[in-house]
Design a protein around this ligand. Sequence first.
Ligand code: NOJ
Length: 768
Amino acid sequence: MNNLKISIFCIVAMFGYTSSAQVSSDHNSRSEKKIDSILKLMTLEEKIGQMTMYNGSWDLTGPPGTVSAKDKFEKLKNGKIGAMLNVTSAEATREAQKAVMKHTRLKIPLVFGYDVIHGYKTIFPIPLGESASWDLELMEKTASIAAKEASAAGIHWTFAPMVDVSRDARWGRVMEGAGEDPYFNSVVGVARIKGFQGDDLSSAHTIAACAKHFAGYGFAEAGKDYNSVDVGVYELHNSILPPFKAAAEANVATFMNAFNEIDGIPATAHKYLQREVLKDGWNWEGVMVSDWGSIGEMIAHGYARDKTHAGELAIKAGSDMDMESSAYEIGLKSLIEENKVSMALVDDAVKRVLRLKMKLGLFEDPYKYANPDREKAEIYSESHQEIARDAARKSIVLLKNDTLQTDKSPLLPLKPDQKIAVLGDLADDKDTPLGNWRARAERKSAISLLEGIKNAVDPENITFARGPQFVIDNLEEGKRQFLWPLKFNKNDTTGTAEALEVAKNSDVVIITMGENAYQTGEGRSQVDIQINKVQKEFLKKIRKVNPNTVLVLMNGRPLNLSWESENIPAILETWHLGSQAGNAIADVLLGKYNPSGKLPVSFPRSVGQEPLFYNQKNTGRPYSRNTVTFSGYTDSEKSALYPFGFGLSYTSFKYDNLKLSDTTMTKNGKIVASVEVTNTGKKDGEEVVQLYIRDLIGSLTRPVRELKGFKKILLKTGETKTVSFEITKNQLEFYTANKIWDVEPGNFRIGIGNDSRTKLGAKFQVLE
Ligand code: NOJ
């Protein structure tokens, strides 16, 4: 055997007896030694291969590149590709892995990534919708099921969770995160990471997670996707970075950088963010992958001259893996040869990639995830459907529930003997509830609202009428992402007369409206965030013939519901709820589940208020003193129509006796805040008890209030519970004018209540 063969033989033998479940420092140092020994064997081309990711062309989630599928296969065999995305199924991933294991010199396994955003085949609510459950355990559970299904199909790595704070309803990607609040995005992001990754990345049921998009992507100017971001360093640290910091602390395996520039520097080439803050500052050891083509896009940004230059900027800034730009492949070799980039930077990136593969256990068994038997047995199982139904009903937010009926009861829940009109083609739509990022869901596989309600009440009591046609079936496989011009709605009004007749002859009307599944998501920014005109006209007509109208919304972004909130007595926000949407909506409509969802985003009165978020700054002119010269609008109130944290229940809750254990504390001390919550209504119900804090004076101006804790509790009718929150440094610190995270001495106010309008009553002081 020559030397190289002996070394390779040794590496393979070493992996043979390694248990990846061991996480001791001893194990870590052994792993690091192995990584070093592999690195020593690698040629520069092989190293660049490990830093290169290509789309498998099975499913496009970005603009098509120029490399053909055939060429990619050749590259695989030559060790020029270390990672692939959008190759799904046990069979397909095995085939690609086989090419690498059979033909490449060092047999370093491929890692397969995929956008498993809200489920793989069993689809859960879109992330924004699921966040409305405020149920962290549930979100961890659904992510773990998504991981279980995806891993059975050979996927090792999901590009989720998106932890971008998003405050602009015009931005279509608001659907993919946890909304407008940094703290909320942090805790939701961590729950999802735990769900995907579990305790042991090498288990065949867990996959690597990815905190994205680093950073600022959700702050796109004017809500226009991919647009420039212009925030200062304080805003960056206080509003954008906290969820990423939480993700790094939760050991998320990977990060993805972003398409946008921040203050003139594309995120992909942002050295301060990727090296100073993330890798050095937070000591994070994972893989930073670029977004799709984002290295190459620096040419269009006007930041790089060509792909070689773009690659230079990206590697220097800390981007370890190039997704679909071919920039590292094209330019990195000459950059090294010309001493423009040091080998140390390349080695660091490659070590990160090898570390990920080792943690996933791929060196022990490159095929262990791709399991056709598991794929058949575990994907879309009955137990997964049950959890999908539970997640869906917990995500529904009751926005309004007035009393109109002759018996003086609120419109919802419905009574089983009522004659129910179910209207609107979204009610009969088995596709829209799957949402935009639906991974490998079968098209039209969701339970529709009509099916759900028919499963729940005597079908004799239900009459369905489509009304004007809204849903458009333009979503041929493979083309769905890039159809342009995008046409979401049909405006065919035949069917209106029949629906009016049905409405007239029913006790109550359930009318569905909202957005097409693909109307939110990447590249789906809009300037108009009302429900479309044809739907609204229809709604007005129905409301006239039957005032007992319940509006069921299906949408992916906050909508402007000004007219609806004035004129429609009951409104239910159901987002895009996934595989079990219809059953879950029926559970809530019929009172089998008492709604407990709360909005993770503010719903505006008008699109002109965007970006709109509750944790804004006070400004120097916060109030109207009977003049127009204050910070507001002359043609609208400045508050949200439905605020962050808001959501009704079929019961009512009373908050009493807000108490603090002390009125002063030291920086490292603790105060306990408590409140009594009573269920004063006639139904058992869950309530999300929310803690808000305001730091009154700071070295930088501070938001008017910030969410700093929440607890979801179940209260039986008549029951009272005391809910307490510990207030420590964690809730009070911020990135100060000294550019450190610190608690500044001074006065704070707190409030505990059921939405972000909660009165801030109690006051305490942090001592010098
Ligand atoms: C572009 C998106 O911005 C990113 O979130 C996604 O993971 C990649 N495409 C891969 O599909």
